[in-house]
Structures are given as C-alpha cells and as structure tokens.
Design a protein around this ligand. Structure first.
Ligand code: DGI
Ligand code: FE
Ligand code: FE
Length: 178
C-alpha cells in the first residue's frame, strides 16, 4: 500500500488498520482479518476515475447511475476486486468489508461494521462533526456508533448537495428500523 498510495492516504490506511484491530479486540472479532481489511480498504483510492471505470467495464462489475457520476464511490467495489485478484485475499468477510466500507449495506457482519467505523474515527481524521463522541461510542456500542456515522454522513451529503448513493440510504433505513 505504501507504493500504491500517496503519503496522506497511506497514513490514513495505517490509522484504519490499527483502529480496526483495536475494535476487533473489543468486539471479539478476528484481529488479523481486521488489520488486513483495514490495510486494503482504500487500495483502489489512488487510481484515476478512468482506471476505476475501465476495471469495472473489463470485469463486468456493474456501475450504477450515481457511481457513473461520482466514480470515486467505485473505489470500494474496485478495491474488493483488486484485494481478491491482485492481493490474493480469499476470505469473503474481508472482501465484503472492503466492498461495503463507503456506503454500508444491509446485514453487515461485525468485521464490516468495524472497518466502516474505523475508517471514520481513525486518529488522522479531524473534520467530522462529533468525532470525540463517536470515537468513544465506537468502543461502547458498535451498532449505535455505526448508525450515528451513517446519519452524520447523510446530513453532510444533504448539506453539501452531494449525490446520495441509494445503497447509503438503504443501509440507513435498514439499520434505523432494527
Ligand atoms: O475513502 P475514504 O475517504 O477514507 O472514506 P470513504 O470510503 O468512506 O469515503 C468517504 C466519502 O464518501 C465521504 O466524503 C462521504 C462519501 N459518501 C458516503 N456515502 C456516500 C458518499 N458520497 C456520495 N456522493 N454518496 C454517498 O451515498
Ligand atoms: Fe474509502
Ligand atoms: Fe478510508
């Protein structure tokens, strides 16, 4: 990853790796799997949009309308693809954690939630609102922290006029209803 990412992104990657490891310890999850998923979650982040789109087309990975307009969203799907094909990951839970780390999905495993949350709270993040509160909550109640991050992300997208991926909305509705 150090070779594949710029230095800022690599620093974030290491932050997600060890934050995911700490959460895995707290929630009885496989610590090694959390580290690997953390290390690889943004493996497709430093590619160009053209490259992400071409990898999808070449490998018949479906692209939704919102993804076509915001190809950075594809770094999660393309990341899972590269983790499997290029980095040799076979563990489906790790691949799912990479695939779902930006928008979430219904029925996420503990590992998937851990990577999603670690991505948001790792020490290098500074801009999100209520970060101190969410960081503490993450080690108290994984599901509440997860829902809180989804809500703050949707609020942020609504405020900034960002296109909301139907998957982000669907994830929020599903977990709000539980
Ligand atoms: O790759 P990272 O920056 O580490 O983190 P990420 O993969 O969670 O991506 C973060 C960005 O993704 C953040 O600015 C919020 C945005 N995001 C999450 N869900 C959606 C979204 N952006 C759009 N446009 N639509 C979504 O549904
Ligand atoms: Fe990401
Ligand atoms: Fe990330």
């Amino acid at each position: 990853m150090e070779k594949r990412q710029d230095s800022k992104r690599f620093e974030h990657t290491l932050g997600v790796e060890y934050t995911a490891a700490a959460l895995a310890m707290r929630y009885d999850c496989d610590v090694w799997a959390a580290q690997i998923a953390g290390l690889l979650h943004d493996c497709a982040k430093c590619l160009t949009d053209e490259k992400r789109l071409s990898i999808c087309k070449r490998n018949k990975i479906p692209i939704t309308a919102v993804e076509k307009k915001n190809p950075f969203l594809l770094h999660a799907k393309v990341g899972a693809y590269l983790a499997q094909k290029k980095y040799g990951i076979k563990d489906e839970d790790i691949l799912s954690a990479i695939r779902s780390h930006t928008t979430g999905r219904q029925n996420m495993s503990t590992l998937e939630k851990i990577v999603f949350i670690a991505d948001y709270i790792e020490p290098g993040r500074t801009h999100a609102p209520s970060l101190a509160e969410i960081r503490k909550l993450a080690f108290v109640d994984l599901d509440r922290a997860f829902l809180r991050i989804l809500e703050d992300t949707l609020d942020y997208l609504n405020e900034t006029g960002g296109d909301i991926d139907p998957m982000t909305e669907e994830t929020w509705k599903y977990y709000k209803g539980l």
